[in-house]
Design a protein around this ligand. Structure first.
Ligand SMILES: [Zn+2]
Length: 69
């Protein structure tokens, strides 16, 4: 059986799993949203991530392109 070099995860999944482990601390109020996650929405060759702080309502957005592989 061959082993994919990506470990079986798509770029999308690798980005998401990385962010679920870190950077859930709100830069505005310092709340650590341990139960939260970045929500992803694909748009063409890009993925937009959004995180809403449950404490103060601050929204962070990040956009990644998927053509970098
Ligand atoms: Zn906050």
């Amino acid at each position: 059986m061959s082993r994919p070099r990506t470990g079986g995860l798509s770029p999308f999944e690798r980005l998401r799993s990385r962010w679920e482990d870190e950077d859930l601390v709100c830069p505005e109020c310092g709340y650590d949203d341990a139960e939260g996650r970045w929500l992803a929405a694909t748009a063409g060759d890009r993925v937009q991530y959004r995180h809403l702080c449950p404490s103060c309502g601050h929204v962070r957005r990040r956009t990644f392109r998927l053509d970098g592989e």
